[in-house]
Ligand binder design. Structure first.
Ligand code: PAN
Ligand code: ZN
Length: 189
């Protein structure tokens, strides 16, 4: 293969040429704390929660995958729109998230159950160490857009997070962004 450019639009998050993955509320309803609020919203429609646009890179050792993520502004109950979150199948692979637009939080958890929540705003380059699960949250009123780079053969394990959740949640309380312990978190034994 030959070197090539893709073009990233910092305002829309569009990455061209790229492959788009769309996550609507109906696809990701299980990720929210308040299931009744999610079902009530779904009766009114099926909003876009986030999109990921991948550069076309072979999923092979030696390559670097890269993509943009656009998380739309919104909440389910008190909880801000967020990504499903995952571990890499190859656990010992790191990642970098570079924020282009908006305001967010990056929630990360280590296998020992430590949890870190970093702010995301234009210019933050967040390092996700190997073995840490990760998920991002849009806490603002505009789209949260960030650019990610990770080993192309890392793979994504969503099932573990679907079972355990994350130790912390990001909510809006009295107009403030707050980080709370997740009462539904199930530490892995
Ligand atoms: C990111 C994420 C992206 C969407 O590119 O895949 O933000 O989040 P979910 O994959 O959890 O739905 C990344 O961490 N790649 O490894
Ligand atoms: Zn990742």
């Amino acid at each position: 293969m030959k070197p090539f450019n893709v073009f990233v639009d910092f305002t829309t998050g569009e990455l061209k040429p790229g492959k788009r993955v769309v996550r609507r509320l109906s696809d990701v309803r299980y990720i929210f704390q308040n299931q009744e609020a999610a079902e009530a919203m779904l009766r009114e429609g099926d909003p876009l929660v986030y999109e990921v646009i991948y550069a076309e890179i072979p999923e092979e050792p030696g390559h670097l995958a890269h993509c943009t993520t656009i998380i739309y502004p919104g909440k389910v109950g008190q909880e801000f729109f967020l990504t499903k979150g995952h571990l890499h199948e190859k656990l010992d692979t790191a990642e970098i998230y570079f924020c282009l637009r908006g305001e967010g939080r990056l929630i990360m958890a280590s296998p020992e159950g430590e949890c870190e929540v970093l702010p995301m705003y234009p210019g933050t380059a967040s390092y996700i160490p190997p073995f840490w699960s990760h998920r991002s949250v849009n806490v603002g009123r505009e789209p949260l857009i960030f650019y990610c780079i990770f080993p192309a053969d890392a793979g994504h394990d969503y099932a573990t997070i679907e079972e355990t959740g994350f130790p912390k949640v990001v909510l809006e309380e009295d107009g403030q962004v707050v980080v709370r312990e997740n009462p539904k978190w199930k530490p892995k034994r």
